[in-house]
Design a binder for this molecule. Structure first.
Ligand SMILES: Nc1nc2c(c(=O)[nH]1)N[C@H]1C(S)=C(S)[C@@H](COP(=O)(O)O)O[C@H]1N2
Ligand SMILES: [Mo]
Length: 260
């Protein structure tokens, strides 16, 4: 993607691809993950209109990295969006104590459920990346993010062969409904997918998702879950809240696959 690229709205880009006939419905090869390819539900998704867009990033070469920028490209201010505060009382106590007694839960379809204190996440090998965040509402900002790769944490937990989706359960709510998000295993194991606890060289502030937020760099802003408390590996998104895999997906036309 080039610097001057305007944010393309999802439906337009999908329709554009369909109209242009740029992608055939068959014979396309998923890069990487054979396990996913053999899964009937995943194949159905790939046949759908949303899947058409997904395939464009899943073609050979489609596992490319999102563009990374230089320090000099960083936005002087990074907007905080969506929830900027968390009301939950347990969260507020953790915030006050610098999350020193907090731990990330990793459970669901894993061989070894984990409870990882912030110090353990900080002690893992770290990835730092300067990337552009694109919000569906039409603004972008370039920031620097640091944290362990999600793949490393999933490997520590040992994903079950049935796992297809990784769900991020967040501490904040809109009204009574918790924020949550989900991604597939291709994005989960992408090298730029990290759990960031540091932003622009500082411990992640509350407004930006303290203590931990997802960076999934080839996806639109709403996929980047803030205030991640628990990571759950699942076979299906059915039966989870509205069943569409994310807070906004459940209550708007925002696509589950929000690749940029
Ligand atoms: N838990 C949680 N995560 C969230 C949101 C939110 O309201 N709650 N908003 C999303 C949206 S729409 C965007 S654009 C980004 C904003 O991240 P920022 O506040 O760091 O800019 O977070 C995403 N992740
Ligand atoms: Mo957003």
């Amino acid at each position: 993607m080039s610097d001057g690229k305007r944010l393309v709205s999802r439906p337009m880009s999908r329709r554009g691809l369909i109209r242009a006939g740029a992608l055939g419905a068959s014979g396309l090869i998923l890069s990487g993950c054979d396990r996913l390819n053999k899964n009937a539900g995943f194949r159905d998704l790939l046949q759908s209109a949303e899947g058409l867009h997904m395939r464009s990033q899943r073609l050979p070469g489609g596992d490319a990295l999102a563009r990374e920028f230089l320090e000099s490209d960083m936005s002087p201010t990074f907007r905080a969006n969506g929830n900027r505060e968390v009301a939950d009382s347990a969260y507020r106590r953790h915030l006050e104590s610098g999350f020193s007694h907090w731990a990330l839960k990793v459970d669901g379809l894993v061989e070894r459920p984990l409870s990882l204190p912030l110090g353990a996440l900080q002690a893992l090998p770290q990835r730092e990346q300067i990337t552009r965040h694109d919000c569906v509402e039409g603004w972008s900002a370039i920031g620097k993010w640091q944290g362990p790769q999600l793949s490393r944490i999933l490997d520590m937990a040992g994903l079950s062969a049935r796992a297809r989706f990784i769900v991020f359960h967040c501490a904040d709510r809109f009204g009574t409904t918790p924020y949550y998000e989900s991604i597939d295993l291709v994005d989960a194991f992408h090298p730029q997918t990290i759990l960031a606890w540091r932003m622009n060289g500082q411990t992640l502030p509350e407004a930006f998702g303290a203590p931990l937020r997802l960076r999934v760099e080839r996806q639109l802003g709403y996929k980047h879950a803030k205030y991640v408390m628990r990571i759950e590996a699942r076979e299906t998104l059915d039966g989870l809240y509205g069943g569409k895999g994310g807070y906004w997906e459940d209550r708007s036309d925002y696509a589950w696959y929000a690749g940029i």
